[in-house]
Design a protein around this ligand. Structure first.
Ligand code: HEM
Ligand SMILES: [Cu+2]
Length: 570
């Protein structure tokens, strides 16, 4: 009835083996190698940030704190936050997974500007060096937000760290610029905007924010450095500056930046939900356009971080109302993912387990944002553990879990190796349990008045804090299991087939791992969410694209049927 349209190629040459030696990596222009180098970079950063987090939680096991001085505690939470945000979560999905996937999903050979791409990776490395420098010298204790006037007066390494963030900002802008041009100009014939995989829509909307918002942060930090060095009197009240102006500038970037963190995760989840439910995505256009809507709306709501900073009443009301509008497109996505799963044929693979965990965790994170966006409740909850829990649910439960799901999903494509499914699923379960054990108690702590960024607490909070600490170590253990599963696959994993999950986007049409130029011939562009022509082939444990049998030789045409007079028949 149907036959395999694509045969396996005998050649084993792929992007990992086509050239050898360390130099072939250091100066590579191949987006896949750059993506892989980013992947290693962000995972190392995550390990550093994660270790700092475990130190914090271990310290908080006892009400008086366990082993850190108050100053050391401030430095550890600041570096934890700054490393996680600037070095890990912002580049995680776009720069690591995005670099690998964007050109392949477009059927292109590379991104539009391969050299800019490599330079953005080295800028990331340079920024990381400044952070390490801050870590190893006097540390940093301003919080990742660098709020003035404290940041203009503290004796810690504010200048090194802000210079690092400034450089990282350029790295982020270059990546965004590259993706915008790539998606605009390199789509293959036939791939109209609304035939693009949703991951590309998400990366595109993210890139718009990266390019428009990041310069604001760059300038703000530059002004902060000038303030510290020359006392120009812009943020420091001692020199007639306005510290609240810093908060406005900072959040004008950093609220859109939370969408730099979450939009790519939405993109990953859209792919995962559809592929592992083996069902066309529900509400394609709504998901695609809601990414753009979020990107634009995200510029209008920064004031919700500053309800208690003394803005006028009317301003706070406007910011509160605008904040609620952002939740509409986010809810649209969650609804469409649910509808995609409904009546799908769900495979509980490791990526899908992570995607399901994302659904729970992100929904809790998003809904608790509403309490913070409501003026009356935020006055009570601001700067408490409730906020800490809220943003961990969206950033860690959302973005990190989606990143892991995406990593497991595309791992066979990136490395050519399959991982152990059982242990992969176990890792997802431990992460899910550990995560909730860590952060659910923090909602309760926050609503009962436990302030954030404190090195000690009242004895009445001991039980909940201890739950959270035990949860954090469980979570860390789950992540370690996930890492071991992935590393183990490199040595012991089965060879990955071309299309292990049955995806219909273009990356599944090239071999695993892809060859240097991705495709030998330009691939056929179809509907990225149409699974009707995919068939599971048990022999190769692979999904193959099939084509209905078409007659190549036209048959002799039958004479056109005569019109029959129905009355005559009767
Ligand atoms: C979707 C992804 C989201 C991410 C990544 C995110 C991230 C964050 C972060 C990092 C903070 C902490 C700011 C600080 O240091 O104090 C925060 C606070 C806040 N978030 Fe979200 N958020 C998300 C969704 C939402 C939603 C949907 C809402 C409301 C509808 C919301 C409302 C708020 C508010 C009002 C605060 C300020 C709380 C305060 O400081 O009192 N967030 N969010
Ligand atoms: Cu915000």
């Amino acid at each position: 009835m149907s036959k395999a349209a694509t045969a396996d190629h005998a050649s084993d040459d792929n992007y990992l083996t086509n050239t050898k030696g360390i130099m072939s990596w250091i100066v590579t222009l191949d987006h896949k190698r750059i993506g892989l180098m980013y992947l290693i970079g962000v995972m190392v950063s995550f390990a550093i940030g994660g270790t700092l987090a475990l130190i914090l939680r271990a310290h908080l096991y006892n009400p008086q704190g366990s082993f850190l001085s108050n100053d050391a505690y401030n430095q550890v939470f600041t570096l934890h936050g700054a490393v996680m945000i600037f070095l890990f979560i912002i580049p995680s999905i776009p720069a690591a997974l995005g670099n690998f996937l964007v050109p392949v999903m477009l059927g292109a050979k590379d991104v539009a500007f391969p050299r800019l791409n490599l330079s953005s990776f080295y800028l990331w490395c340079a920024g990381a060096v400044f952070f390490l420098f801050a870590l190893c010298t006097t540390g940093l204790d301003t919080g990742w937000t660098f709020y003035t006037p404290y940041s203009t007066t503290t004796s810690t390494s504010v200048i090194a760290a802000t210079t690092g963030v400034f450089i990282l900002g350029f790295s982020s802008i270059f990546t965004g610029l590259n993706f915008i041009v790539t998606v605009n100009t390199m789509r293959p014939p036939g791939m109209t905007w609304f035939k693009m995989p949703l991951f590309l829509w998400a990366i595109y909307s993210t890139a718009v924010i990266q390019v428009l918002a990041t310069p604001v942060l760059g300038i703000t930090l530059l002004l902060l450095i000038c303030e510290r060095l020359m006392h120009i009197g812009i943020f420091d009240p001692a020199f007639n500056g306005d510290p609240v102006a810093f908060q406005h500038f900072f959040w004008f970037y950093s609220h859109p930046a939370v969408y730099i963190m979450i939009l790519p995760a939405f993109g990953v989840i859209s792919e995962l939900m559809s592929v592992h439910s083996h069902k066309s995505i529900f509400g394609y256009r709504f998901i695609a356009l809601s990414s753009i809507a979020i990107a634009l709306l995200s510029f209008l709501v920064w004031g919700h971080h500053m309800f208690t900073s003394g803005m006028s009443e009317i301003t706070t009301i406007i910011f509160s109302a605008l904040t609620f509008t952002v939740s509409v497109p986010s809810a649209i996505k969650v609804f469409n993912w649910l509808a995609t799963m409904y009546k799908g044929s769900i495979s509980l693979t490791t990526p899908m387990c992570y995607a399901l965990a994302f659904m729970f965790l992100f929904t809790i994170g998003g809904l608790t944002g509403l309490f913070l966006g409501t003026l009356t409740t935020d006055l009570h909850l601001h700067d408490t553990y409730f906020v800490v829990s809220h943003f961990h649910y969206v950033m860690m439960g959302g973005t990190l879990v989606a990143f892991l799901g995406g990593l497991f999903h595309w791992w066979p494509k990136m490395t050519g190796k399959m991982f152990n499914e059982t242990w992969g699923r176990i890792s997802a379960a431990i992460v899910f349990i550990g995560f909730n054990l860590t952060f659910l108690p923090q909602f309760v702590l926050g609503s009962r008045g436990m302030p954030r960024r404190y090195a000690s607490y009242d004895p009445e909070f001991t039980g909940l804090h201890r739950m959270s600490t035990v949860g954090a170590f469980t979570l860390g253990f789950g992540l370690l299991v996930a890492l071991i599963v992935l590393l183990h696959s490199l040595y012991r994993g089965k060879k990955a087939p071309r299309n292990p999950w049955g995806g219909a986007t273009l990356e599944w049409r090239c071999s695993s791992p892809p060859p240097y130029y991705n495709f030998e011939r330009p691939p056929v562009v179809g509907n990225p969410y149409y699974f009707g022509d995919l068939e599971y082939d048990a022999k190769s444990d692979d999904y193959v694209f099939t084509e209905p049998d078409r007659e190549v030789v036209p048959q002799k045409l039958e004479p056109a049927p005569q019109h029959v007079d129905s009355k005559k028949d009767a």
